[in-house]
Design a protein around this ligand. Structure first.
Ligand code: ATP
Ligand code: MG
Length: 352
């Protein structure tokens, strides 16, 4: 199959980890006889430097014609003092808005070889395999009015029925391909938006009789994530709760560097990126763990291209390399390899 992929390397370790993911995709193309065309475009600080803005029109144009987008990371100390419209992060928010990417998926999975890297006890972490489905374009981060004076400040939390329905549907559909359980996280004892959220989940579940549904308050969910992470399958929640819970969840399996994400909408298009940031402290040193980016490429294959077998091949290769004791510096233990050398091991696995 022929597919066009726009690569947005961005800043910090973004270029290193996206290069690793592209190498893995090239190995997949060769092994499974696909044709992947890569187009490169600028975003974030790199785009501010070359185009004077964090999301140039050319980048939007390239993404518009692509089947999927692979993104590295944006940001860094160089642009920290910039005015708000010239902040690298602005590029990312604008990209999500531009392409209406309302569903953010973050899988969290424990690896046997990494269980000792978790701050939780290995027996706690063992068997953890869930996905957080976070609503990404509504709620507190976007609702108006907002106001701030030196004496008071106000934010607004709006969700429409349509916005809730589409994200809840994404979660139910995902659960069907997994363990068949949806945990809906809200604050329905206090918030009106959460009451509507809960009502809609109750309505929607009638259309998915094969899926088990539980409702849990966000405070209890924060606790349960630490107490028994293996009890979850698909967690669906609104923007702010999802932001907080997904950072909490990212610690369960040990390293930020391991975790992929997908930002999706109603069709097959998506933007795929590791959850970590630009990690300016290790940029350009060959120390970055490319697994989050490589596993993001696997999500791209599965979701945007319908290539489930190819995606699984990548996931298995990553797992095998870890099992063989090859780590990157963030994982502590095992034989520490550079970004490129570790990526080469993954490709070796794919070719074997
Ligand atoms: P940003 O503002 O871009 O999110 P940040 O300061 O939050 O940046 P992150 O990039 O999110 O930093 O990462 C936090 C720390 O985790 C970094 O200091 C870095 O050392 C480490 N880290 C993050 N990603 C990786 C990775 N892929 N490989 C190795 N270490 C990583
Ligand atoms: Mg960060």
């Amino acid at each position: 199959m022929k597919k066009a992929i726009t690569v947005l390397p961005g800043d910090g370790i973004g270029p290193e980890v996206t290069a690793a993911a592209v190498h893995v995709l090239q190995a997949i193309a060769k092994r499974f006889q696909h044709e992947f065309e890569f187009h490169y475009a600028a975003i974030g600080g790199a785009a501010i430097d070359t185009h004077g803005q964090p999301l140039p029109d050319e980048t939007i144009a390239s993404c518009s014609t692509a089947d999927a987008v692979l993104l590295g990371s944006v940001g860094g100390p160089k642009w920290d003092a910039n005015p708000p419209e010239l902040r690298p992060e602005k590029g990312l928010l604008a990209l999500r808005k531009q392409f209406n990417l309302y569903a953010n998926l973050r899988p969290v999975k424990s690896y046997k070889a990494l269980e000792s890297a978790s701050p939780l006890k290995a027996e706690h972490v063992s068997g953890t395999d869930f996905v957080i489905v976070r609503e990404l374009t509504g709620g507190l981060y976007f609702s108006e009015p907002r106001k701030k004076t030196s004496d008071m400040a106000a934010d607004t939390l709006v969700y429409t029925r349509k916005e809730i329905e589409r994200i809840v549907d994404s979660a139910f559909q995902l659960a069907r391909t997994r363990k068949g359980k949806v945990t809906s996280v809200d604050k329905a004892n206090v918030l009106a938006s959460s009451k509507l959220w809960r009502e809609i989940v109750e309505e929607k579940k009638k259309g998915y009789p094969d899926v088990e549904v539980e409702h849990i308050l966000v405070d209890a969910a924060a606790m349960q994530l630490i107490r028994e992470p293996s009890s979850f399958d698909v967690i669906v929640t609104e923007n702010l709760f999802g932001d907080i819970l997904s950072d909490e969840a990212s610690m369960i399996t040990g390293s930020l560097g391991m975790l992929p994400s997908a930002s999706l909408r109603d069709d097959e298009f998506g933007v795929y990126e590791p959850i970590h940031g630009s990690a300016p402290d290790i940029a350009g040193q060959g120390k970055a763990n490319p697994a989050g980016a490589i596993l993001s490429a696997a999500m791209m294959l599965r979701h945007s291209f319908g290539m489930a077998v190819e995606a699984q091949a990548i996931e298995t290769a990553v797992e095998n390399v870890l099992e063989d004791g090859y780590f990157t510096a963030d994982l502590h233990g095992g034989r520490i390899l550079s970004t490129d050398a570790w990526t080469a091991k993954v490709i070796e696995e794919l070719d074997s």
